[in-house]
Design a protein around this ligand. Structure first.
Ligand code: SIN
Length: 307
């Protein structure tokens, strides 16, 4: 992705003005704390991100463990596993299948193993994922999650960050919540991925990938929690507002992912695995390691239309 759909000038005009107390609820109010028998959970922040221990992901995943993995992801929104040295593409596919079907990214190079995308970055192939985004929000049914495995990591740098967008919603002012209630936004891949393409290539892909609309505030399909669902590269317009008003509102909303208390940051090691709930969070791959090499393998999990 080469450019942001929201003009940088309008972002600079709107400095972050929120400070002081944050509301940092991990789960929907009233949801019981989960109990785990088949894995251990080590939280990395009070509300987003937990390391899971006691699990070998190269072994078959029975229904008991699968249920706890789904629960842990719902509760922590992004979960991490370390030292999964025997984890290969088949285990990767089996892990993703705990949540659903693999979904290919239409813009990634064709995968060697169907469903598994290889993201190899170095001085010759600079990564473009260093912008807060939600995978595949430009699709009518955006990916419900992604499973990412570190194959090769730089000696320093190359971390990934995730931001809790339910907490981002909770911390909006009452005035802003009222302003965005019931609004819908357009999401489109053309301003970003299309900037690398010819007009003919865009027209060819357009047939299967029209611009789509999602509510600005969606209900999480499992938890029912309200989630702020606009992101910088793919959300292009708030439906029914003038361009100026839409840009002004979007430029403020997309900044919420940048608030540090909403985030968790993960330092990768070879054979670390992360799984994130792509509706509950946005993520940002830090591009600070060139010319060192970083190789990751990713499976996105097909989602459902949002409401
Ligand atoms: C992505 O945006 O899905 C890639 C994340 C990463 O490489 O850390």
């Amino acid at each position: 992705m080469a450019m942001s759909a929201v003009s940088p000038a309008s972002i600079l005009d709107k400095p972050l003005i929120h400070f002081g107390r944050r509301v940092l609820d991990r789960t929907a109010p009233g949801a019981p704390d989960a109990e785990y028998r088949f894995l251990d959970v080590l939280p990395l922040t009070p509300h987003i991100g937990a390391e899971i221990t006691g699990v070998d992901l190269s072994k078959p995943i029975g229904e008991d463990l699968a249920g706890e993995l789904r629960q842990a992801l719902l509760e922590w929104k992004v979960v991490f596993f370390r030292d999964q040295h025997d984890f290969g593409p088949d285990h990767h596919l089996a892990l993703a299948a705990v949540w659903g079907e693999p979904e290919a990214n239409p813009f990634f190079p064709k995968a060697e193993t169907p469903g598994v995308s290889r993201l190899a970055k170095d001085a010759m192939a600079i990564g473009n994922e260093n912008i807060w985004h939600s995978d595949h929000s430009f699709m009518a049914a955006p990916a419900l999650g992604s499973v990412l495995r570190a194959v090769e990591v730089p000696p320093a740098g190359g971390d990934t960050m995730w931001a809790d967008m339910a907490v981002a919603y909770d911390n909006l002012s009452d005035e802003m919540k009222a302003r965005i209630e019931g609004l819908t936004a357009e999401h489109d891949w053309v301003p970003t991925w299309g900037s690398f393409m010819t007009e003919e290539q865009i027209a060819g892909l357009r047939k299967n990938l029209p611009a789509v609309q999602h509510p600005v505030v969606v209900r999480h399909p499992q938890s029912g929690r309200k989630v702020l669902y606009v992101n910088e590269p793919f959300t292009t317009q708030i439906v029914g507002l003038s361009d100026a008003e839409s840009q002004e509102l979007l430029s403020e909303l997309v900044l919420q992912a940048r608030i540090p208390e909403f985030q968790v940051r993960f330092r990768w090691q070879p054979d670390s695995v992360a799984i994130w709930d792509n509706i509950a969070v946005q993520h940002y791959a830090i591009n600070d390691y060139y010319p060192q090499r970083r190789v990751m393998e990713r499976i996105a999990i097909a989602g459902v239309p949002l409401s």
